[in-house]
Design a binder for this molecule. Structure first.
Ligand SMILES: [Zn+2]
Length: 300
């Protein structure tokens, strides 16, 4: 089954904007990539028409036959196409897409001019709109690196809990940095006071619960889960099938349950899952391609 429906949705919204961007600037140097060109540069498999080789519907029965998580990853590149398309469809406040091969150089050039705050939103699960906010700048500690910062204010957190949370945020930041392309990115996630210009205000509770997105974080979350949750603050959508995960029985085949790429941190927060190349691409692309003067309300 082909993802033609996806392209119909995605095509006009993104390609239309890309085409107008070229007209405005009138320069071939600013040409925006097609989906095929983006996918190929990101190591994602597409056919010659620029369609994903598989869809969520066609991958699900294949996944159902697998029982080992390691085997599930064989489907990774195919899921990657589906998930990259999904993210493109759901991000708001993005005015176009640059070639993945150029995005790091373009980000460095922009960051050299000064700090950029990226603001936009994604439509989680295609339904609920939530903002993403992060700062991008030249790393003051290493001029070859780009520094990406997220500051979070936790409501009602005690000082010892804040210290503990900062340890986990540091681990999550290290994880995002270590897996970045060419290790060119340094991530910094900070638990801050109200007066320190937070990007996010999040409730804080004792224990360990799952609550929707960044409404409340919990004291017993581990750094793997925090790495996943930070992914949302960086504007990445969940990749698992939420209905399926929520309503499946405990004894259900774990591979069949999630319907996503098990190697991806936005699919699962298991210890082996990592940020993917297309995740970093989406984060960096917005530095040069965000609409001006936007607020959360623009994306409701
Ligand atoms: Zn999530």
């Amino acid at each position: 089954m082909r993802l033609s429906k996806h392209l119909l949705v995605w095509g006009p919204s993104i390609l239309g904007l890309a085409a107008s961007a070229v007209l405005v600037h009138g320069s071939e140097a600013l040409r925006k990539p097609t989906f095929i060109e983006m996918a190929r540069e990101l190591g994602i498999e597409v056919d010659n028409n620029g369609l994903c080789l598989e869809s969520r519907q066609s991958l699900t029965p294949q996944e159902a036959e697998l029982v080992d998580v390691k085997d599930a990853d064989l489907l990774g590149p195919k899921w990657g196409c589906v998930m990259f398309s999904q993210n493109l469809n759901r991000e708001r406040g993005v005015a176009g897409h640059d070639f993945p091969s150029q995005v790091l150089a373009l980000t460095r050039a922009k960051a050299a001019q000064g700090l950029v705050t990226v603001n936009g939103a994604i439509k989680y699960m295609g339904i609920k709109s939530g903002g993403f906010h992060y700062d991008v700048e030249k790393d003051p500690l290493n001029s070859k690196q780009v520094l990406i910062t997220v500051r979070i204010n936790f409501g009602g957190i005690y000082p010892d809990q804040k210290t503990d949370m900062q340890d986990k945020l540091d681990k999550a930041a290290q994880f995002w940095s270590d897996n970045s392309p060419e290790r060119a990115l340094r991530f910094s996630f900070k638990a801050v006071e109200d007066t320190e210009n937070p990007h996010f205000y999040v409730g804080f509770g004792r224990g360990k619960k799952r609550t929707p997105y960044y409404q409340t974080w919990w004291s017993d979350w581990d750094s793997d889960l925090i790495s996943h949750e930070i992914g949302h603050m960086l504007g990445l959508d969940d990749e698992y099938n939420q209905l399926r995960v929520t309503f499946s029985s405990r004894r259900a085949n774990p591979v069949y349950t999630s319907q996503c790429q098990f190697g991806s941190i936005m699919c699962t927060y298991a210890w082996w899952a990592k940020p993917q190349k297309y995740h970093y691409y989406l984060i960096l692309n917005r530095v040069n391609n965000q609409f001006a003067s936007q607020t959360d309300e623009d994306f409701e």
